[in-house]
Ligand binder design. Structure first.
Ligand code: NDP
Length: 290
């Protein structure tokens, strides 16, 4: 293999160590950041994600407020909880684990979150600010992707970047961040023609599709940087990405593995956003988190 393997696990560990120090400084000043995590229903994957997030919070010294609700929770009950958390002084960040149980309108619930506590960066106000070039809270996975591109010393100004996927959580915000960093961005999706050709011209490829190895190694331009966001479980239980890793790594200059690439960065960035929210709410400015 020729590519540098971008070790997201190591970068995330470094960020978390730095954040632990920042948290200790805030605690010494009488401020312990707090994250409220809301999980409705009993989706097993969501339970794992929530556990990982609350454990990570506890590890670096945050307070966590765990709200587990039955799948039968009504939208009115959920909205009332969000309203309470918005007003709760000890809660700096609110995270609503998606997807919500069937019958609940996720968009209405997201809209109810105070944008100043939206550490997931998914409130339309925060996504809109990002598009206007004035980001406040940016979604955690896109932030982590940018950090990994930086880690791999990827030139961004004037680079041709192809983002595959246009979700509000990953594709759109990462495309906006790349554009803010002066890359020329093409957003591809399920109706894009000539995907292979577009990928073949890209200096940076961000694959956020959710289809195992759909980006072929042979498509990758020699010397490109490849960020694989996809998490797909094979029949034998192994996790694999959206990119054919081995052939892509033979052509790329740098590539993220799955697992151990983007995944660990998402939680590190959530911690960073929560710290920023706490410092902002206490009028302590915008702390350095990475
Ligand atoms: P979504 O399902 O919301 O979006 C997938 C996108 O891929 C859509 O825009 C869709 O296009 C596009 N797509 C589907 N099929 C094709 C195709 N054949 N060719 C080109 N584009 C296609 O997923 P998310 O953005 O939420 O997540 C994407 C992946 O990233 C998933 O595997 C998810 O598990 C993973 N993920 C990983 C995280 C991490 O921390 N590592 C965090 C978040 C997500 P269209 O809009 O036309 O339907």
């Amino acid at each position: 293999m020729t590519a540098e393997i971008i070790d997201g696990k190591a970068v995330a560990a470094r960020i978390r160590a730095g954040l632990t120090e920042r948290v200790a400084e805030l605690v010494a000043r009488g401020l312990r950041p707090g994250l409220a995590v809301v999980l409705a229903g009993d989706d097993p994957a969501s339970q794992v994600y929530v556990r990982n997030k609350t454990n990570a919070c506890a590890e670096i010294g945050f307070r966590t407020f765990d709200h587990r609700l039955p799948a039968t929770v009504t939208e009115a009950e959920l909205l009332a909880l969000v309203d309470r958390l918005n007003r709760e002084p000890d809660v700096d960040g609110i995270l609503i684990q998606m997807p919500l149980p069937a019958g609940l309108d996720g968009r209405r619930v997201l809209l109810a979150i105070d944008p100043d506590k939206d550490v997931d960066g998914i409130h339309p106000d925060n996504l809109g600010r990002l598009l206007m070039g004035q980001p406040r809270f940016v979604a955690c996975t896109p932030l982590g992707i940018m950090r990994l591109l930086d880690e791999a010393k990827t030139p961004l100004v004037g680079a041709d970047a192809v983002v595959i996927g246009r979700s509000n959580l990953v594709g759109k915000p990462v495309a906006a961040l790349l554009m803010l960093a002066d890359a020329t961005v093409t957003i591809c999706h399920s109706r894009t023609c000539d995907l292979a050709e577009r990928v073949g011209r890209a200096d940076i490829v961000v694959a956020a599709v959710g289809r195992a190895e759909m980006v072929k190694g042979a498509w990758i331009k020699s010397g490109a940087t490849v960020i694989d966001v996809g998490i797909n479980r094979r029949a034998d239980g192994k996790l694999i990405g959206d990119v054919e890793f081995v052939p892509a790594a033979l052509r790329a200059r740098a590539i993220t593995p799955v697992p151990g690439g983007v995944g660990p960065m998402t939680i590190a960035m959530l911690l960073g956003n929560t710290l920023i929210a706490a410092a902002r709410r206490a009028s302590l400015g915008h702390p350095r988190v990475v």
